[in-house]
Design a protein around this ligand. Structure first.
Ligand code: PEP
Ligand code: MN
Length: 374
């Protein structure tokens, strides 16, 4: 059961409700969210909704049969998450795109410019990379976070980036709009607890060998810790099949719809590992009800420091958006893209003196040293 408390419930009233749960053989956990306080009732207390509703301070009481109480569809029908201009879990399908890793300032800002020109509102890129090999590129760390923040400043894009360690959550949250918890860390409970404490939406990837119930229990850590802005992201699972990197489990979409109110994104890049498969699986995901897509895009995939084989070129990504828009329309949905910035907004100020330095806004496109970090 979840007991929803009134906004104006006094401490004494809440304590009385907690006592009632305890005396009925259950335990309760207080979850203080932005909007209201909930009591998650654990155990099997002999309590009915009818008994709880008249108690002072109680607004509602919901029966939840699943072990994940707050993530369960029984708790609420939908829980859209808004990041800047983008909402996941509402009518439109939204898209996050960008390279696997922030490799240097130049490539990232070029990517940001191109994505913004297509109307994409959210960019991704890892500054901290979980790599199977300790010898592989590990990410630029804090320097990468600064590049991400610069892309946001210049192009108005919301930034999604992975955080791997609890001790880095505060730092990453200062630079990012969305914290990504990667597949390998889906069951890193200390990381989940740390991410629950910051007021940033969390994109929780499915562990490569996690069942839907395990995934939702991880989401429950975030919700129970008071962070109710949770996005799930299906990114393929490990099976006996080796022809693709991680077979993408699209069954998860209709299955999750029955189990949870949380928005579900699909990552057809990690969920296939092969550039040619990304668009077909993105389209399948849209047809199957995804709330959003996460797609790896790189200015020169052949030279990428990670995940080049599954990264789309800018042109391929533009074609993907066109196809997604068409499939979305067939299933009665819409692809959310912002109106691209007006050309005049990107122009240098008109009253520029001859020989004056270009304004910072356009400096990345070829100014000497713009590729710092390369
Ligand atoms: C990524 O998004 O680049 C990534 C490492 O994803 P995953 O955790 O799904 O492997
Ligand atoms: Mn990647």
């Amino acid at each position: 059961m979840i007991i929803v408390l009134r906004k104006d419930a006094s401490e004494a009233q809440v304590a009385a409700v907690e006592r009632r749960v305890y005396e009925s053989g259950g335990q309760s956990r207080r979850v203080t969210g932005d909007e209201r306080t909930l009591l998650v009732v654990l155990g099997e207390p002999r309590l009915s909704r009818e008994e709880m509703l008249p108690l002072p301070g109680v607004l509602d009481a919901l029966r939840v049969s699943k072990p994940y109480k707050l993530a369960s569809i029984e708790a609420r029908p939908r829980s859209p998450v808004t990041v800047g201009r983008t909402t996941f879990g509402a009518a439109a399908i939204a898209c996050i795109a960008g390279p696997c890793a922030v490799e240097n300032r130049r490539m990232f800002l070029d990517t940001a410019a191109r994505l913004a020109s297509l109307g994409v509102t959210m960019i991704r890129g890892g500054a901290y990379k979980p790599r199977s090999s300790p010898y592989a590129f590990q990410g630029l760390g804090e320097a990468g976070l600064e590049i991400l923040a610069e892309a946001r400043e210049r192009h108005g894009l919301a930034v999604v980036t992975e955080v791997m360690a609890p001790g880095k959550v505060a730092l990453v949250a200062r630079h990012a709009d969305v914290l990504q918890i990667g597949a390998r860390n889906m069951q890193n409970y200390d990381l989940l607890k740390a991410c629950a404490e910051v007021q940033r939406p969390v994109l929780l990837k499915r562990g490569p060998a996690a069942t839907l119930d395990e995934w939702l229990m991880s989401a429950e850590y975030l919700l129970a810790g008071g962070n109710n802005q949770v996005l799930l992201c299906e990114r393929g699972i490990r099976t006996f099949e080796t022809s693709t990197r991680n077979p993408l489990d699209l069954n998860a979409l209709p299955a999750l719809r029955r189990l949870t109110h949380l928005p579900v994104l699909v990552d057809p890049s990690h969920g296939t590992g092969a550039r040619d498969f990304v668009t077909p699986m993105a389209l399948a995901a849209v047809a199957a009800g995804a709330d959003g897509l996460l797609v790896e895009v790189h200015p020169d995939p052949e030279q990428a420091l990670s995940d080049g084989a599954q990264s789309l070129t800018f042109d391929q990504f533009e074609r993907l958006l066109r196809s997604v828009r068409a499939v979305a329309a067939v299933v009665g949905r819409e692809l959310f893209l912002a109106a691209p910035p007006q050309p005049e907004a990107l122009q240098p100020a008109p009253a520029r003196r001859l020989g004056a330095r270009s304004p910072a806004r356009t400096a990345y496109s070829g100014a000497p040293g713009a590729g710092g970090g390369e």
